[in-house]
Design a binder for this molecule. Structure first.
Ligand code: UDP
Ligand code: MG
Length: 326
């Protein structure tokens, strides 16, 4: 237990046009962290803000040497911003949260308590979510239901940025698109202990949400990708090939039956729609198997290709003079 408390804690915050809330947020985070009495750093990732967020962050950094600001070259999206924050975090334990004051830093100690009990990842669950019903809560309910159904990881709130985890959890995960909400699903696939606790959620005090309903559809498409990557990315031929084989075998059987009719029973088959179906199924079968083989080739490249980043950093300001990447 004592050892846990000495571990450096990295707080990672993605920031996109959140100027009005930053000072308040920093105060909230700092007072909670100081009260916990453990070493910490706070990493603000400015995701190409067009307001004065970066200026505010610079001021915050000047007053607090525990702060590091990563400024991305443009708006790469929340997932990329989080990913950048995780990469630059030095702590063994990471907590991520939104910059809009909707997540409550006072939940940190409870999240960490769960980690100490042996979990690798503790996800926040916005049990009483203070967001619009139609554009946020309903789509999110549907998405959560689908995600837990398809990935088999049972959580209530995948979209909650507030979570705590050991850094190894994200070391092995590459994030794309809206994929940060699939961290638990991907992590559980690599054998990580996951749990959740209800966390406080507050109304957005300043500014507006950066998302529209479009995100829902992106999330659903990402879910497909995740499912595919998790289940079949190493053996795509198994999924495509199965379809291909089933289709090909049915088509082949129909073809044999028609051949039998034509050659043995001496029936005309040119007017049989079944003939078309047989040909269609055989062609589809061949197509699927070929796609599966192509995917096998792609997968080799995918797994062996170079480590590409999904964001580019403009500058980093912190109190040490040496460059901060490892
Ligand atoms: N965010 C970001 N890049 C973006 C969009 C959002 O870094 O392109 C940050 C934003 O500043 C906030 C968090 O992601 O800290 C969540 O965004 P928002 O509050 O708009 O989402 P919601 O709470 O409505 O899901
Ligand atoms: Mg929000």
């Amino acid at each position: 237990m004592n050892k846990e408390i000495n571990k450096l804690l990295s707080i990672v915050v993605p920031v996109y046009n959140e100027e009005p809330s930053l000072k308040e947020l920093h105060q909230e985070i700092s007072s909670v962290c100081q009260a916990m009495g453990r070493p910490y750093e706070i990493i603000y990732v400015d995701d190409g803000s067009t307001d004065n967020s970066f200026e505010r962050l610079r001021e915050i950094q000047q007053q607090d040497s525990r702060v590091r600001v990563i400024r991305l070259r443009k708006n790469f999206g929340q997932t990329a911003a989080l990913s950048a924050g995780f990469d630059y975090a030095r702590g063994e334990i990471i907590i991520s949260l939104d910059a809009d004051l909707q997540n409550d830093p006072r939940d940190f100690p409870r999240l960490l308590e769960k980690l100490e009990k042996g979990y690798d990842l503790v996800n926040g669950w916005r049990k009483k979510r203070r967001d619009p019903l139609l554009t946020r809560r309903i789509p999110s309910m549907v998405a959560n239901w689908l995600i837990s159904l398809i990935t088999g990881v049972k959580l209530h709130d995948y979209g909650c940025t507030l979570k705590a985890f050991h850094r190894e959890v994200v070391d092995n995960i590459k994030l794309y698109g809206e994929l940060h909400r699939f961290i638990p699903a991907i992590a559980s696939h690599i054998g990580v202990n996951i749990t959740e606790i209800p966390v406080n959620h507050r109304h957005r005090k300043y500014g507006r949400s950066k998302y529209s309903l479009w995100r829902f559809f992106k999330v659903i498409l990402d879910l497909l990708t995740v499912k595919f990557l998790l289940s079949y990315s190493t053996r795509p031929l198994q999924i495509f090939g199965t379809f291909g084989l089933v289709s090909g075998v049915i088509g082949g059987a129909l073809g044999l039956y028609l051949t039998y009719l034509r050659l043995i029973v001496k029936q005309g088959i040119s007017n049989r729609p079944l003939l078309l179906l047989a040909i269609l199924l055989i062609v589809i079968g061949i197509q699927f198997i070929s796609i599966g083989l192509l995917a096998e080739l792609l997968v080799r490249t995918y797994h062996e290709s170079s480590e590409k980043k999904i964001y580019y950093v403009r500058e980093i300001i912190d109190s040490s003079s040496s460059p901060s990447s490892e």
